[in-house]
Design a protein around this ligand. Sequence first.
Ligand code: GTP
Length: 364
Amino acid sequence: MYLKAVILAGGFATRLRPLSCSRPKALFPIVNKPLLQWIFEGLAANEITEVILAVNALTQFHIKQQKPPKCGLKIKYAIDPPKTPLGTAGAIKITEKIAKYEEPFIVLNGDIFTEVNYKQLMDTHVKTGALATIALHKVEDPSRYGVAELEKGNRIKNFIEKPTKEQAPTNLINAGIYVLDPKIFNYIPIDRQCSIEREIFPALAKEHKLFGHINEGLWMDIGTPIEYLRTNKIILDKLKEKNNLKTPKNLEIKKPVAIDKKVTIGEKTIIGPYTVLGKNVTIGDRVQIHNSIIFPDTKIGDNTKINGAIIGENAIIGKNVQINNGCIIADQAKIKDNINLTNEFAVCPAKEVSETILKRNVIC
Ligand code: GTP
């Protein structure tokens, strides 16, 4: 079998700003490994051999810089034209000439962490003779997603974007993973932005050519800071058994935690639970970090407390600092000594904070 997959990764990740100002969503680390690498591993384990990355030029640049391992996959790029994002369907359209599909192919959003069985999804697609098959995932509250109304035989009767919880016909949401027949290209216009979820799927549902496949496996969307933290937490729990970290003297590690290479930690410091420390992070004495993600090369001063926050790459956090409750400190930002930040406070890349700000705010 020679299966191809398109990864959609050319969006602007506005909901993950300011961390996404300097890296695309697909390269956000999940427990110290870029999301794209997790995705490549999942595809390679399901007999996919070729991947087309549908990206913009800046995202391509970041991926080529970071070089996540290709896991044996043949990688090609389909680049959105400058200044004009094509939308999800438009981005799939430009892969047509690059991939020359002869068989159904897989498409997935580059911002989801999943253990979906792509082979089973493909089998459902072939059996039903669908033009498109959407992986569906059960959630408690479907109101933030596209919700599928199913008929007998898993045909999708209707597709409703973001209904209220009460109006949602099911709790089965579009998981952002599809199998498409090459005939799909007849439905996508060439010369304008087009969304597969909002335009193409509703049209296919009307023609009875859209089917669903319920995915029972793990599925998470990393689109917002809360979801990104949650995804890391769930993966930390999953990896807990494998992680045999030895605790050095004068230091308390509360599992689950993930600590990458070349991390330095001072005395009487408490790390965890649910903490990820990236490569080359330096932490002072008597520091407490829990439920947080610290990206590589960041320095954290003595007596600082971090709880429920994400700290970007190469940031400098001073002494006696407190960072709490959903705060995001972007790459290369500097937080001076004795500062308190809370309530989803966000600091843009390379900015300096020199006074305590307790209200919800952004420093740009
Ligand atoms: P937000 O701005 O936070 O909504 O994020 P986003 O637009 O990057 O992501 P969204 O969830 O809306 O899109 C789903 C997936 O499609 C993501 O992996 C995006 O990177 C990708 N995507 C969205 N729009 C485009 C586009 O115009 N071109 C390409 N190549 N990919 C896109």
